[in-house]
Design a protein around this ligand. Sequence first.
Ligand code: J2J
Length: 541
Amino acid sequence: TLTPGVDAPTWPAEFAERYRAAGYWRGETFGGMLRERAAAHPDRTALVDPAPERRTWTYRELDERADRLAAGFLARGIRKGDRVVVQLPNVGEFVEVVFALFRIGALPVYALPAHRETEIAHFCSFTEAVAYVVPDAHDGFDHRALASLMRERNPALQHVFVVGDPGEHTALSEVPCEPAGPFDGPAPHELAFLQLSGGTTGLNKLIPRTHDDYMYSLRGSNEICGVDAGTRFLVVLPAAHNFPMSSPGWLGVLYAGGTVVLAPRPDPATAFPLVERERITMTGLVPPLALVWTDAAPATAHDLSSLELVLVGGAKYSESAARRLEPALGCRLMQVFGMAEGLVNYTRLDDDTETVVTTQGRPISPDDEIRIVDDEDDDVPEGEFGHLLTRGPYTIRGYWRAPEHNARSFTGDGFYRTGDIVRRLPGGHLVVEGRAKDQINRGGEKIAPEEVENIILAHPAVHDVSVVAVPDAYLGERSLAYVILRKDAEPLKPVAVKRFVRERGIAAYKVPDLVEFVDAFPQTGVGKISKKHLRSAAEPS
Ligand code: J2J
């Protein structure tokens, strides 16, 4: 059972009242939203999964699929409030499954396709998940074997549903059945799902988002990005990530009655033909992908003229790269600086080019409160840079079941400490200057150094380790592990350290890009490893 205010800290009553009175929280749920859209425009295409054979869902079909799947989940004992780890690539079933879970009030826990044993074990045990939804295999990895291991280890995990060949588990295709009656779904102020934080400490924190608050971020994003029924949105990044889900993302586009197309891979060779064939108008990219698209577009034989807007965010987008995007792709650029915890900033369609290429935008909501403070939490003078703190109608008040961590990550009056260093321009636009949190941002993919360090420390030859970010021309940052070997240990090769991490079962993007053996870490005054010092000591690639 979930204890409100303990499992998931929530907004104080006076804030909730204010957000409702302002019309931000309108009492909608995702299950109800899809039902309404299906009634309003049943035959419009909601979803396209182009590979390997093109499949489409009208709004009515998606709504019916969600109903039948929801009924099947209920028949198997999945209940409101239960957690279900969903780890699917960009396939139509992903959308069906999450809407089915929304409808019965079970909470999807969004794992990324790249996650492996380390991450999935944490999600399953920490959330006491009752079910795990996987593809049979993806990117050469058999998810069914991992699922079997998770079932052995987690008594609460009752079900594994597989898209494709189920092996010893249950085929997702066998789950749907006729609904017995209306669903006793969630209330708008209740949780809709658990999103993943990038993480700064060992393991990902879970982000509890409500129907009310997330729906507002979609509505606000749609208005800013000009999403409407004519929008044809290509999901290029993993659909489970907060950016392609909500900024404005596939959920925003479904909210507006547009069409969502799922790209199986993000490379131009896959995506450009889809842009042409599906007449894509909008998409979202992380900076390294935006670079690849920008480089590939001028020479492509594919017609990209349907593209109207490309959003770029997730990591700092260099000004020089940003300047090249609009001419190369022949569409508008919008920078987006968001976070799964809530706050999302966009440049605006009517901003001039200088603003679009040099800033990371301003908040969605007039009620997004922004503070920029020094190390003592005192406001810095206007225009100077400092730590970004934020509070507002779609920013969480605390992580799920993490009271100690919450005491550090939120101020006493409920501001979230983003860990980002920003500066505010007179018009309210923010410029991201850097980061105070111990995290590596590898082209938008977030790595908690501590998680990787803990794995490397388990190596018998390793005495100590520090994982840091180093600058990288393409990814922005990549990871470097400084390793101190034990005095008596045989010398190791960098590749052996990388292999050790990989074999422990962890997302491939977290395996250190570089490994260097050192005799000692640079020390600060208090004897703690100075990550800043290490970063500047490392040679840029
Ligand atoms: C610099 N750093 C950025 C940007 C995010 C939309 C867009 C992105 C995310 C996301 C998201 C940045 N420039 N333009 O959820 O809805 C870094 C910051 C931030 C962290 C959040 C969305 N855009 N960042 O990236 O939860 O450090 O969300 O605090 O994965 O990414 O990461 P995440």
